[in-house]
Design a protein around this ligand. Structure first.
Ligand code: GDP
Length: 455
């Protein structure tokens, strides 16, 4: 299949200034040459790599569009193969028409992610870099785009490479020492082995620790707005979302269903849900909402607990404080624009992060944003050092961690170096799977399955 020349529309489907049809494979330039008539200069087949020409796309003598053709010659292209990118006018009809013309000349329609898969198979990117490309395209915040770009530049790869090198050379040494006892090979000591394993384990665990904050950056932090009815939860949500989303009314308890929205607070993506308050109620429908809200409080990343600053603190407020005091919580004392009757000290005794705001006019929003940034755990994350960005990567690292722990344990139990080496090799296997150096087709297919056509 991979000797086929493939083509697809690589830009988003819709109306735009330009649309790009990408062709990749041995015959990419020959196929493009058949339908592209340059206005000036050489034909595409005579052009060098990294050069472009302006001309007409013509099919059976019929003029289809104007285009700029960019020629890349193997191996210096995105896929490592010959590539031509035809930049034509970006309309749904025109791009499809140009693609059809290319397919008529012998190219095959590209599968989802096939260009990047070829880049991987041709050694242009490792699997973590290929995954980073998906992340770059789907990034919804500056932080997630930055993390993905670093990964694309090989930040994760470099970090793994260091661990891998150390383990591979240790394993090779162990094998040599066991297999050729008569050769003059430096003796392996339990101490030196144990040090190497401990160092690698520490690196692996540090890498694992990047996963949660990495996910927080990429997917957003699951954030629940909790509090009694009428304290201003919907108003706060609307303030954060910057538009009207949930219904704001003066009748307590109107926000019954969980309303969700993804908002960008500073550099951090929050997946907000505005829940029904935590309070005693006889109303059945409302009760379901309250139960749902309690459930969500236990499982979310950050709780924004809203209190009405213009009223005295009451039993429901105290109940909420008790419910959430051990979670990652920010207590928001709302309605700072009104006369304050709420005893903030009662909250401060139990909850570290307390902020006064007016959801109505936006006072205190800056301070709230600062606290969110601080407690999100994303501030300590340095994506240039390489972070794990998905479950596949995390699984591979978890397996490496387990296998290496077993090696260390075998060592401390005084087992033979052969036995130690078995689990060490397992650890190496897992790491090679992470980078894609040794990985099954099923895994590769599932990675590229997440791509869109044209990438
Ligand atoms: P929820 O039931 O907790 O979602 O509360 P809402 O957001 O529906 O707000 C209840 C009432 O309080 C509405 O009349 C809001 O306009 C009002 N409100 C919300 N936040 C503020 C605020 O910061 N200051 C003032 N003065 N009123 C507010």
């Amino acid at each position: 299949m991979s000797d086929r020349t493939i083509a697809a529309i690589s830009t988003a489907q819709g109306e735009g200034g330009i649309g790009v049809i990408r062709i990749s494979g041995d015959d990419a330039i020959i196929i493009a040459d058949k339908i592209f008539e340059p206005m000036y200069g050489k034909r595409l087949v005579d052009m060098k790599g990294y050069t472009a020409a302006f001309g007409h796309i013509v099919k059976d003598g019929v003029f289809i569009d104007e285009a700029v053709a960019t020629v890349f010659r193997a191996p210096r292209s995105y896929t490592g193969e010959n590539v031509v990118e035809l930049s034509c006018h970006g309309g749904i009809f025109i791009t499809r028409e140009v693609l059809r013309t290319v397919l008529d000349e012998g190219a095959f329609p590209a599968q989802a992610g096939e260009f990047t898969k070829r880049a991987f198979l041709n050694g242009k990117v490792d699997l973590t870099e290929a995954e980073a490309i998906i992340d770059i395209i789907s990034a919804k915040s500056k932080a997630s785009a930055r993390a993905a770009l670093y990964a694309k530049e090989g930040a994760l790869w470099n970090r793994i490479e260091k661990i891998k090198k150390s383990l591979v050379s240790t394993s090779a040494h162990l094998s040599a020492w066991a297999d050729y006892p008569d050769e003059d090979i430096e003796e392996v000591t339990t101490d030196s082995l144990s040090n190497t394993f401990k160092e690698a384990l520490a690196d692996i665990r540090k890498l694992l620790a990047t996963y949660d904050s990495g996910q927080a950056v990429k997917q957003g932090i699951d954030t629940v707005i909790a509090g009694k009815p009428n304290t201003g939860k919907s108003t706060l949500m609307n303030l954060l979302a910057g538009r009207d989303r949930s219904i704001v009314t003066d009748i307590p308890g109107t926000t019954r269903d969980i309303v969700e929205d993804t908002v960008l607070v500073g550099d951090i993506l929050l997946r907000l849900s505005d829940t029904a308050g935590i309070h005693e109620t006889g109303d059945e429908v409302e009760k379901i909402g309250v139960d749902k809200a309690k459930e969500r409080l236990k499982n979310c990343g950050i709780i924004l607990a809203v209190f009405d600053g213009s009223r005295e603190i009451d039993g429901d407020d105290i109940k909420l404080i008790e419910e959430i005091k051990d979670e990652k919580t920010i207590a928001i004392i709302n309605k700072s624009d009104k006369e304050q009757k709420f005893d903030a000290e009662k909250v401060k005794e139990k909850i570290e992060n307390v902020v006064q705001i007016s959801a109505k006019n936006g006072d205190g929003l800056k301070e709230l944003e600062e606290i969110i940034t601080r407690i999100s755990g994303t501030a300590d994350l340095n994506p240039s050092e390489g972070i794990l960005s998905n479950e596949r990567q995390r699984n591979a690292v978890v397996r490496a961690e387990q296998a290496l722990s077993q090696s260390l344990e075998a060592l401390s139990l005084g087992m033979t170096f052969d036995a130690v080496n078995v689990t060490l090799e397992e650890a190496i296997e897992s790491i090679l799977e992470l980078t894609g150096e040794r990985v099954s087709d099923v895994v590769v297919d599932s990675v590229f399955h997440n791509f869109c056509v044209g990438k």
